[in-house]
Design a protein around this ligand. Structure first.
Ligand code: 5AD
Ligand code: SF4
Length: 499
């Protein structure tokens, strides 16, 4: 499929900037409006560089999930076009924290970092500190920052990350001594802005947003409040983006959405997630497809069938359980029971026997009794997850669960959490041990950080493998025999590709 919407590579972006006329007033529609501000900022940045006699640096730190990681790549793409160089150093001219707020400790991390930045700003008073992402969608957070962290220059949310050029220009146009904090946080939007630059972290794999927001309102979760209602991208836009990425060397995509199984329901011409996957499968040159996250209540038989016959969909499924107690699943507003979940797993394993299953589990949800917790342990024993992310319940202001009585005492939660973790790790170790001796197709991702004679890659089931090889193999898929299991990763031996 070919459309005119794949404006993503550098030449096409440069052509678009070239034809933008900044002698006129700014355009009213996106993304033209942002190209206008990018072009204006280029001049400002050039002048600043001349004045300082050095490059300008941007440091972007991402907290949280893959959605945030992808948002940061979009911001990095815009910053590069404007003329900033990326750095890991704190002594940057533009420093951005893309924040998460799914659990309380995510917020605490950001406050900690902001405290440390005070000295950096004293050294470089022209440094711009910006905050964006989920945490900024909480009004009380913004109030606290306004009061206690006056060194912050720009705050924006999850709905307008594409506006970074416009916001930065407005900040840099302020008088230098201005201490005004620019706050632009929207409550929601139905708009999806396409055709903007982005900078991938890896040349050969990438996340691809297929939808934004969530309609589920699980009673513990803050995401629907900070990311808004579900909006799906048009399949043509998604495919055009993937095709463009493949032309640029990408072999693996991760389709991203809070609940990918409800993709396409709100489109003018509804398309199911399974149908979208079948179209993505047809993109020539693409080797692997992953997706996350899947809500068990929406995982259709059609999807299981597509996964079963697909050549490209990886043998990996992340299927958050949250709890094994049907009673708690009800108060969590999850719309499935323990039995539904177990049945679903059986169906998936029948269609895709070698699938690697991972999950999320919350311990200590309000009202969780020892019996409820034992139900969770029972599901973990029955399903034998390849791995599980285990979380201690965190009270999020504004969610229904925060108002529930019967919060579980901390010591009880901690003891249960440790028991669950031990079980999850024991099962993981047993399962990884079973794969030793088998040959897996591995996508080579990087040269090993600790030992440069080794490469690091991932199996279709998303297991990490280290093995000897050459850097030029990065981005290719090679056969590797798993020799030794080390818990979270394997040591392996690369076989000749004909095998
Ligand atoms: N407390 C603990 N864990 C949570 N999660 C979401 N909200 C909370 C919360 N309030 C977990 C869920 C979700 C994962 C991304 O984070 O398990 O699947
Ligand atoms: Fe949160 Fe539930 Fe939506 Fe996942 S599906 S983002 S847990 S509300």
């Amino acid at each position: 499929m070919s459309t005119n919407r794949d404006v993503m590579n550098r030449e096409e972006i440069e052509a678009r900037i070239e034809k933008t006329d900044i002698t006129l007033p700014p355009p009213k529609t996106e993304p033209d409006r942002q190209y206008y501000f990018m072009k204006m900022l280029r001049t400002v940045v050039e002048e600043k560089k001349k004045e300082l006699g050095r490059p300008l640096y941007a440091n972007i730190t991402t907290f949280g999930c893959q959605m945030n990681a992808r948002d940061s790549e979009k911001i990095a793409g815009i910053m590069n076009i404007i003329g900033y160089e990326q750095t890991d150093s704190n002594e940057a001219d533009f420093l951005l924290y893309n924040t998460c707020t799914v659990r309380e400790n995510a917020n605490l991390k950001v406050y900690g970092r902001l405290g440390q930045l005070k000295r950096q700003k004293e050294k470089n008073p022209e440094m711009v500190i910006a905050l964006c992402g989920c945490m900024m969608q909480e009004p009380e957070v913004v109030e606290k920052i306004k009061k206690s962290y006056r060194n912050v220059d720009i705050i924006f949310g999850t709905h307008n990350i594409y506006k970074i050029a416009e916001l930065l220009l407005s900040k840099l146009s302020d008088r230098p001594e201005s201490k005004k904090m620019l706050v632009d946080v929207w409550e929601g939007t139905t708009e999806i802005v396409e055709e903007l630059p982005n900078e991938r972290k890896y040349s050969f794999k990438s996340g691809v947003n297929i939808m934004f927001g969530c309609n589920n309102f699980c009673s513990y979760c803050i995401v629907p409040y900070v990311r808004g209602r579900e909006r799906s991208r048009e399949p043509e836009d998604i495919l055009a983006e993937i095709e463009c990425m493949v032309r640029d060397g990408v072999v693996e995509v991760m389709l991203l959405g809070q609940n990918v199984n409800s993709y396409g329901k709100n489109l003018k011409k509804p398309v199911s997630f399974a149908e979208l996957l079948e179209c993505v499968e047809k993109v020539e040159g693409l080797s692997r497809i992953r997706f996350m996250t899947s809500h068990p209540k929406d995982l259709s038989d059609e999807l299981i069938e597509v996964m079963g016959r697909s050549e490209k969909i990886c043998r990996q499924l992340h299927l958050p359980l949250q709890s094994g107690s049907s009673r708690l699943l009800k108060t969590m507003n999850r719309h499935y029971t323990k039995e539904d979940y177990l049945l679903l797993v059986r169906k998936i394993r029948r269609a895709v026997p070698d699938i690697s299953l991972t999950t999320d589990i919350i311990v200590g949800f309000p009202g969780e009794t020892e019996e409820d917790f034992e139900e969770t342990m029972d599901v973990v024993r029955q399903v034998e997850f390849d791995s599980a992310f285990t979380f201690i319940y965190s009270k999020r202001t504004g969610t229904p669960a925060a108002a529930m009585e019967e919060q579980v005492p901390e010591a009880v939660v901690k003891e249960r959490f440790d028991r669950l973790l031990a079980l999850v790790q024991e099962i993981s170790a047993r399962k990884t041990e079973k794969e030793v001796g088998k040959v897996h197709e591995v996508l080579v991702e990087e040269v090993n950080e600790q030992d440069s004679s080794l490469l690091t890659g991932r199996t279709s089931g998303n297991y990490i493998v280290h093995f000897a090889g050459e850097a030029k193999q990065i981005g290719t898929v090679v056969p590797v025999r798993l020799e030794e299991s080390k818990g979270f990763y394997y040591m392996g031996v690369q076989l000749p590709s004909e095998v």
